[in-house]
Design a protein around this ligand. Structure first.
Ligand code: KIV
Length: 276
């Protein structure tokens, strides 16, 4: 049985911190689930960490569906949420199409949409029609060219707007909210005021849960990891070391050994090559 949004709600009520982690393919999803991650996010951050773009903007719905389907195949217990990419939910009709394709073709349990007041009617319509929606406020990377890549809502007016947006998204039916790069005291205040779980990234310890990006926690991203990320392993260096050994062994002839090779009966080989 997969985790449900009711389980997530119960975790908030019980004061159990919720863990969310991004994953973008079958093996990473399996590992995340085995480690006990209850929510796997197929983030459009894949545009940067998997495809090497500078922003998330070039990511298409087809990209997201392909990766989300692999993550769904790699999990059987986790709740899988996928981002709808840039401008695929700008109109109600576009949002319906994008959510339908994501849920039918990838099989995810929910979609995540970035933004506040302007998308509230779209969120309401999606949730009325049975699409579980996760909100995302604060730094919303799809709007990075207008917001800048910096901590959001430091000033009272902006912080009030963020709280109003959070409440409007909750009223519109979102089952959870991501707060990205928001001052910790504000994120904690929003978490306390909402009934739905608030999951932070760069938003302090007072949220109901935390989300991190796969490549950041595992040291797989060559670029500079953000300040709010913690590296729990240096898998990138481990991979490079292993691959150097592979290169060395092929070049020196140490690999493959007879144990890695298939044998053939000599008579069969002679018969095959006899007339050659
Ligand atoms: O795309 C993503 O990975 C995200 C998380 C950083 C919340 O939206």
């Amino acid at each position: 049985m997969r985790t449900t949004l009711f389980d997530l709600q119960a975790m908030k009520q019980a004061g159990r911190r919720i863990v969310m982690l991004t994953a973008y393919d079958f093996p990473s999803a399996r590992l995340a689930e085995r480690a006990g991650v209850p929510i796997v996010l197929v983030g459009d951050s894949l545009g940067m960490v998997v495809y090497g773009h500078d922003t998330t903007l070039p990511v298409t719905l087809d990209d997201m569906i392909r990766h989300a389907a692999a993550v769904v195949r790699g999990t059987s217990h986790a709740f899988v949420v996928a981002d709808l990419p840039f401008l695929t939910y700008a109109t109600e009709a576009d949002a319906m199409t994008a959510a339908r394709r994501m849920m039918q073709q990838a099989g995810v349990q929910a979609v995540k949409l970035e933004g506040g007041a302007p998308i509230v009617p779209i969120v309401r319509r999606l949730t009325e029609l049975g699409v579980p929606v996760m909100g995302h406020l604060g730094l919303t990377p799809q709007a990075q060219h207008t917001l800048g890549l910096r901590v959001q809502a430091r000033q009272a007016a902006e912080a009030r707007r963020l709280l109003a947006d959070a409440r409007a998204l909750e009223d519109a039916g979102t089952f959870a909210l991501v707060l990205e790069l928001v001052p910790a005291p504000l994120a904690e205040a929003v978490s306390r005021r909402l009934r739905i779980p608030v999951i932070g990234i760069g938003a302090g310890a007072g949220c109901d849960g935390q989300v991190q990006v796969w490549h950041d926690v595992l040291g797989l991203y060559d670029g500079k990891s953000p300040r709010h990320a913690r590296r729990y392993a240096d898998i990138g260096t481990a991979i490079e070391t292993a691959l150097r050994q592979y290169v060395d062994e092929v070049q020196s002839g140490a690999f493959p050994t007879p144990a890695h090779s298939a044998r053939m009966d000599k008579d069969e080989l002679d018969r095959a090559l006899g007339e050659d």
